[in-house]
Each structure stands twice: as C-alpha cells, then as structure tokens.
Ligand binder design. Structure first.
Ligand SMILES: NC(=O)c1ccc[n+]([C@@H]2O[C@H](COP(=O)([O-])OP(=O)(O)OC[C@H]3O[C@@H](n4cnc5c(N)ncnc54)[C@H](OP(=O)(O)O)[C@@H]3O)[C@@H](O)[C@H]2O)c1
Length: 282
C-alpha cells in the first residue's frame, strides 16, 4: 500500500470514494477543495482533512505528494490553472481521472514543476455515498513517468489493476467504457419502463429483468464474440424483429434497427453459425 499525503479537488461521486479508500489504506487527505458548499456536505466521508470551499481561501494550501483532480472534464483545465497559480511544490504529482482526456489538460501544473498524469478507474461511481467495489478494477494511466508510477502504486494499493494506456487510445477506450456501462444502463431502464406498461407486478418493473440481464451479461463478458447471443437477432428471426420495431417508441426502434444491422455485419457475416446479412434486413 502506498502511504501518502494528498489533496482532493472535487469531492464528487468518484473523488470522495477514492479519497476515502486511500485514507482507509493509511494515506492522509490533507485538503479537500470544492467549488460550492453543497459539494462539501459529503466531505465528512474523508475524515481529518482541511476543507477549502473557494479558490481564494486565505489559509495556505498544504504541501502534499499528490493532488487528485476529480472535477468534471470541462473543469480540469480551469483547475489546472488554479493549482499552478497557487503554486505547487516541485515534484508534486497531479492526476486527473478523466477517461477521455490525457494529461495534456494539466499542462499548467507541469509548467509549474509538477509531474502530471491521467488515471482512470474502469468502474462506475454512481450518486450517493455507498462504497464502490475497487477490487480488480482496471486503471488506465498515462503521463509523466513519475505520475504513472505513482498511479500504478495507488492502483495496486487499492487492489486495482494498473495499465499504461497509449494517450492516443483514450478516446476509443472511453467510448468502449461508455458503450458497456452507459448504454447498458439506458437500455435496462428503458426496458423496465416498457415492461412496466405490460402490468408486470414486479416493483420496480426493471427488477424482473435481473435474471435475464445478469445471465446474458455474464455470457457476453466471458465471450470474445457474439457466439452466446440469444434472441431474434442471433436467430435471424426477421418476423419477430419487425414486430418489436412496430411496438417500440421510434427512437428506441431506430437504435434497435441499427444494432440489428451491426449484429448481422459482425465479422463479415457470422454469429454463432453463418448468417446472411440479407436475411435480417430490418
Ligand atoms: N462517476 C463516475 O462513474 C466516473 C468514473 C470514472 C471516471 N470519472 C471521472 O471522474 C471525474 C469526476 O467525475 P464525477 O462523476 O465524480 O463528477 P461529480 O460527481 O460531478 O463531482 C465533481 C466534483 O467536482 C467539484 N467541482 C467542479 N468544479 C470544480 C472546481 N472548479 N473546483 C473545485 N471543485 C470543483 C464539484 O462540485 P460542485 O457540485 O460544487 O460543482 C463536485 O464535487 C471526471 O473526470 C469523470 O470523467 C467518473
């Protein structure tokens, strides 16, 4: 476990959980900086640290080995300039946690003498304070060698799996994460609403989908391809697909149609056998 003094900028969904995990592992959170008061309500999750709620706080910013910047992506540049203006001890590591952006966004900190990097846990941190499981979570890091080394040490210390991502791969990496997490989330919520309209007595209706969703997700997670896919797309059942498209709201029907086209064109034409794309022209 890496034991370090760190500061957190942005005690939001991800930041306060990671800070808490670092403190539980023996590190000291010396300061938390937020933008507005409400964000600080959750800061008691991270014990014994100084709270700064504005960038003009008269108290000096404590010297730390790591500044963890966990603000929304659009704020990272502004925060980097604020940190550089306020001054960073030479050799401080500054990491942001955007999945999309590289350490370039932290350039002002680098120019001010810090080692900069991006460090992204491939995990979802939803609203609320419930702990999020970090064990075995992959963490993509890139940036200055000292920053990447520290990021790897933190990852291992928290039971996560570090890897060095080429900076040019971040957009694709993040798109993959969004496909798997956000699109699945939206589809399950939409399916729950549609199921609710059938009068199913489950509460909430989406909970009735659990066996179906978890079994198919497990199959998908263990597969390299679409071999384990079930349902009308895999069966080339055009009649069923067309019936589904008739009863879905238009935007969802369009998404479904495009995904069916994607499935039939997967690897040329084969999904668990040979499928002729022309058979499923939906
Ligand atoms: N949540 C996830 O599942 C997840 C997963 C992986 C990576 N990430 C990445 O982690 C970062 C944070 O995401 P999040 O979902 O945790 O965001 P979030 O819940 O919106 O939290 C962001 C925090 O930053 C504060 N903040 C905003 N601007 C600030 C500024 N200029 N100075 C100081 N504090 C500021 C916000 O306070 P206010 O409320 O006052 O604005 C809030 O406390 C993003 O880069 C995101 O891409 C998130």
């Amino acid at each position: 476990m890496v034991h370090l003094d760190f500061a957190l900028v942005g005690p939001g969904r991800l930041g306060r959980r990671i800070a808490r995990a670092l403190v539980d592992g023996g590190s000291r959170c010396r300061a938390i900086r937020a933008r507005r008061q409400p964000a600080l309500q959750h800061s008691n999750m991270v014990p014994d640290c100084q709270i700064f709620d504005t960038w003009n706080a008269p108290e000096p910013w404590p010297e730390v080995q790591l500044v963890l910047v966990t603000v929304p992506d659009r704020e990272i540049g502004r925060v980097a300039r604020g940190l550089a203006d306020q001054g960073l001890a030479p050799g401080t590591v500054v990491l942001h946690t955007s999945g999309l952006h590289t350490s370039k966004l932290l350039e002002p900190c680098r120019e001010a003498g810090a080692h900069t990097g991006s460090w992204h846990p491939l995990q979802s941190f939803p609203a609320g304070d419930d702990p999020v499981d970090l064990q075995g979570v992959w963490c993509a890091a890139e940036g200055d060698p000292a920053a990447v080394d520290l990021a790897a040490g933190i990852s291992r210390g928290l039971g996560m799996r570090p890897w060095d991502i080429p900076p040019g791969a971040k957009a694709r990496y993040h798109a993959a994460a969004a496909l798997a997490s956000n699109l699945t989330h939206v589809l399950v919520v939409a399916a729950g609403r549609i199921l609710g309209a059938t009068g199913i007595p489950a509460n909430p209706p989406a909970s009735a989908l659990e066996p179906l969703v978890t079994t198919s997700l497990r199959a998908a997670l263990n597969a390299g391809g679409l071999e384990a896919l079930t349902g009308p797309m895999a069966r080339r059942d055009r009649e069923t697909l067309e019936r589904h498209l008739e009863v879905l709201p238009p935007e969802l029907a369009e998404a479904y149609r495009q995904l069916a086209r994607f499935v039939v064109s997967w690897n040329g034409s084969s999904i668990g056998g040979s499928i002729d794309p022309c058979d499923v022209d939906v």
